[in-house]
Design a protein around this ligand. Structure first.
Ligand code: UGA
Length: 434
């Protein structure tokens, strides 16, 4: 099938590459000339494990093309995916201007029937708006379909190639057939393609992310309670997670969820609810708990240093909002840095992938260490903000020898408490007795 993906950001590039991988001919369109030149020359523009190999192969074999010209890019396509940004506007609602601008142009460019697919996370009712914007200038038949993505950064290729489910919102039989054929190779193991109406598909995406964010905030509150009552959140997590109705995943407490999806989507769903004259109280609490959770370690750090951080120096491991990505959007580490620097401390940071993004954002507010151990030099204590695998079995002798005080504040529960006590560390984590 010939398909076009408009927008070569994270979702667009993964979508385009993975569709090329199953033999489709894919053209990706982006207004950014620089990006298009780089991608055409075989230079990948995002960090995502496993993507580069697929990208290079499909580019080489001529199934992946890049252009800045929308008209040329969509000419032969049967399906056009819109994978454009929907950043939060000032009031928290999703900004649809990127999508609607392209929809406005598309109408006049269509020469035969095409399926236009909303891949971006968009509020309920957007498919109707996109339809109306295209219809203004269209002289041929077309359908607008909602097909939300459920990709996790860091495992996006795997999520795309073997999805738990594919959600397709359309009431057109013609579009349903085309979308079903396109996705058939990805659900060969029997996972479902769930067809529904456009609005239900749009809401499914927000409901999924909001539910997962709720699970995390719930566990973060249970962790707080564990500390207050002398229980161990690891035990409680295992105790409840083995109930199939609850499930083992997404029950890990920590210093809050971040990234480009959960914070934005929860906020947008609260906003949509308000617009529908409904007060979504659980989600308001989820957001509130998460805001506070990002600074969960701070009172512990302050208490250890007698409530005076002035002149103290900290090593901080992990900047990305989660491992296996260089994404620092809404990363808890940034909030911790702000608080520490605000209290008069200095920070030396290390992250396997995300340091240059942080440097672009906050410059010399912190120092950037070459390695996780170099970050420890002259540090009074170590703080861990992201659970990169490489932090999981560190050389504790080295850490103990370099740190001025053998103190670790771990926001991701990487180590066992008794082991740390045995090694002589002062060790604070989330929801476990120190
Ligand atoms: C999330 C969803 O998981 C995807 O299904 C969805 O497609 C994507 O948003 C999106 O809307 O585009 P992602 O933001 O990449 O994916 O990251 P997750 O792996 O879901 O993690 C989100 C945050 O939750 C991270 O900050 C992570 O540290 C935190 N988390 C996750 C916890 O604190 N505890 C857990 O048990 C799990």
């Amino acid at each position: 099938m010939k398909i076009t993906v408009v927008g070569t950001g994270y979702v667009g590039l993964v979508t385009g590459t993975c569709f090329a991988e199953t033999g489709n001919d894919v053209t990706c369109v982006d207004i950014d000339v620089n990006k298009v030149n780089k991608l055409s020359a075989g230079q990948i523009t995002i960090y995502e494990p496993g993507l580069e190999k697929l990208f290079e192969r499909n580019l080489k074999e001529g199934r992946l093309h890049f252009t800045t010209q929308l008209a040329e890019g969509i000419k032969d396509a049967q399906v056009i995916f819109l994978a454009l940004p929907t950043p939060p506007g000032e009031d928290g609602s999703a900004d649809l201007s990127y999508i609607l601008r392209v929809a406005d142009q598309l109408g006049g460019l269509l020469q035969d029937y095409k399926v236009i697919v909303d891949k971006s996370t968009v509020p309920v009712g957007t498919a109707d708006k996109v339809h109306a914007a295209i219809a203004k200038n269209a002289k041929v038949e077309f359908d607008v379909v909602s097909n939300p993505e459920f990709l996790r950064e860091g495992v996006a290729v795997e999520d795309f190639m073997k999805p738990d489910r594919v959600v397709i919102g359309t009431q057109s039989e013609r579009a349903r057939k085309i979308m079903g054929d396109l996705y058939a190779p990805f659900v060969r193991q029997g996972n479902p393609i769930i067809f529904m109406d456009e609005k239900s598909a749009e809401l499914t995406k927000y409901a999924a992310n909001s539910f997962l964010a709720t699970k995390i905030s719930f566990m973060n509150e249970i962790a707080i309670l564990c500390e207050k009552l002398g229980a161990d959140v690891d035990m409680v997590r295992r105790g409840i997670g083995s109930d199939d109705r609850i499930g083992k995943r997404f029950l890990f407490p920590g210093i809050g969820y971040g990234g480009s999806c959960f914070p934005k989507d929860v906020q947008a769903l609260v906003k949509s609810s308000q617009e529908a004259a409904y007060d979504f109280r659980i989600l308001e609490a989820v957001m509130d708990v998460n805001e506070k959770q990002k600074l969960f370690l701070l009172p512990k750090i302050q208490a250890y240093f007698g409530n005076d951080l002035k002149g103290k120096h900290f090593a901080l491991w992990g900047l990305a909002f989660k491992p296996n990505t260089d994404d620092i959007r809404e990363a808890p580490a940034l909030y911790i840095i702000d608080a520490l620097v605000g209290a008069g401390a200095t920070v030396s940071v290390f992250d396997p992938e995300a340091a240059s993004n942080v440097q672009q954002l906050i410059g010399d507010k912190v120092t950037y260490a070459e390695s996780q151990y170099a970050a420890l030099e002259n540090a009074d204590a170590l703080i861990i903000a992201t659970e990169w695998s490489v932090f999981r079995t560190p050389d504790f002798d080295k850490i103990g020898a370099v740190l001025k005080q053998k103190a670790i504040f771990d926001g991701r529960n990487l180590f066992e408490v008794p082991r740390m006590q045995e090694l002589g560390f002062y060790y604070e984590s989330v929801g476990r007795s120190a």
